[in-house]
Design a protein around this ligand. Structure first.
Ligand code: EPZ
Length: 418
């Protein structure tokens, strides 16, 4: 029986919580180790299931990883012993596709399983593959695997049809060792993309424009090692701010960068929360009852899709009607059915959800479906009257480090049942 989280709602959260490093920055930065035989030292690496998964994948390719338990991780890939990202690893974590760019750049070869959910076919990484082909890689598909071959990559101008975060990261890592100049247009602007560019630059890469929608990369012959502290997780920070807001408490997140969450902070204020911000600190004072507001998810600096479920949960208790539009993923309302079981009144139609706020949620047994949706069920449980039992918490463990411990320190009544 998988672990569950048992939450007794009603406590107004109070106190301070330190934010861990961003999962979605740690994953590509660990893959960057494939680009050089010199050692990479990453600091503040979060202790998460996904980090362990990508570590296993890299070890299979020849990366030696030593972690001392303090968040400091040394990665060294003196030589590649493999070129394959096997289906069992890729199917548990899509981010494994980020070994594609570095493998082709380092060795001219890669064989990566298509990410999970083959039903949606090539779609999720077609832009990654199109970009790699533009850099001169030969791409073939067979038995659910992508095979890429290249005798040296050559710089190219690549325009993304859609903004893709890992697509931008994959191609940035391929282009740093390509011959000549690569321009990525309509590139993702997420802080995790910028942090990866900082790491690559420390390794000797020549990258201009990271953080804008146009990134220019001047290929170099080889890259050296580097030491880098991974940036804090803006989604974890946003989730704890939501926890303070939804319980009408006062929560301070430390180590979070307010400029990484412009849209989320603006929407929290529209919903009636009071915010105080320092450079690496954000404090939220929750309203007695949230006010309704509308929001649309979009690539950074728009409202983060990874915060959509959490914000919807807050608005589910507002004194009025809110409309949420999800523009990044086509099926990201899986939390709605579970919230309805707790008394929420939410109607969805395509990528739009209409939320008519209710006075309170009622605790109930609910099921986590994906990482961010499961966080929203915990938030609902914190505010609900009665007991909420969240099952399949392994989804949560992929992206939130020591969740029940951090929430417990803020005064929540929450425990993990084996
Ligand atoms: C990254 O996923 C994050 N994961 C996601 O976080 C996040 O939700 C997402 O960006 C959007 O911000 C990591 O960074 C490891 P996309 P990614 O490529 O890169 C379509 C979490 O919870 N698309 O920006 O996979 C795609 O289907 C995860 O930590 C193509 O069609 O997302 C989606 O609709 C969940 N073809 C949209 O673009 C492609 O080749 C944006 O996807 C690539 C993407």
């Amino acid at each position: 029986m998988a672990a569950t989280l048992v939450i007794e709602g009603g406590a107004k959260l109070k106190g301070e919580v330190w934010i861990s490093a961003a999962k979605n920055a740690a994953l590509p930065q660990m893959c960057a180790s494939l680009l050089t035989e010199a050692p990479l030292i990453l600091e503040n690496v979060p202790d998460l299931a996904d980090v362990a998964t990508i570590g296993k994948l890299l070890a299979g390719l020849g990366t030696r990883i030593t972690a001392d338990g303090s968040g400091r991780m040394a990665l060294e890939t003196p030589g590649l012993v493999g070129h394959e990202a096997p289906y069992d690893l890729v199917s548990t974590m899509r981010a494994s596709v980020m070994v594609l760019g570095p493998l082709v750049a380092r060795s001219g070869r890669a064989r990566v399983a298509l990410p999970g959910g083959c039903a949606i076919g090539l779609r999720p990484i077609d832009l990654h593959l199109k970009g790699l082909a533009a850099l001169g890689a030969e791409i073939t598909l067979n038995q659910g695997y992508v095979e890429a071959q290249a005798q040296g990559l050559r710089g190219a101008r690549i325009r993304f049809d859609l903004v893709t975060v890992t697509g931008t990261e994959n191609l940035m890592m391929a282009a740093v060792l390509a011959e000549g100049t690569t321009v990525l247009e309509n590139a993702a602007r997420e802080p995790e993309v910028v942090d990866l560019a900082h790491l690559l630059a420390k390794m000797g890469a020549k990258i201009e424009g990271a953080g804008s929608d146009r990134i220019e990369i001047e290929g170099v012959k080889e890259l050296g090692g580097a030491q880098h502290r991974i940036l804090p997780d803006r989604i974890e920070a946003g989730t704890y701010l939501m926890a303070g807001a939804i319980t009408g408490g006062t929560v301070t997140v430390r180590g979070a960068i307010r400029d990484d969450m412009p849209a989320v902070l603006a929407k929290l204020e529209e919903a009636g929360a009071t915010l105080e911000t320092g450079s690496e600190l954000v404090r939220v004072v929750g309203p007695e009852r949230p006010r309704p507001t509308d929001f649309v998810t979009a690539p950074f600096p728009g409202f983060a899709t990874d915060m959509q479920a959490q914000m919807m949960t807050l608005l589910g208790l507002a004194d009025g009607e809110s409309v949420v539009t999800e523009t990044v993923f086509e099926n990201r309302f899986m939390h709605v059915a579970e919230l309805r079981r707790m008394g929420a009144r939410i109607e969805t139609e395509g990528n739009r959800a209409v939320i008519r706020g209710v006075e309170r949620y009622l605790g109930a047994p609910v099921m986590a479906t994906d990482l961010r949706a499961s966080a929203s069920l915990v938030l609902a449980g914190l505010a609900a009257t009665g007991i909420t039992v969240v099952s399949r918490v392994y989804h949560l463990d992929r992206g939130y480090e020591r969740l029940e411990e951090k929430l417990g320190k803020l005064g929540a009544s929450i425990r993990r049942e084996p």
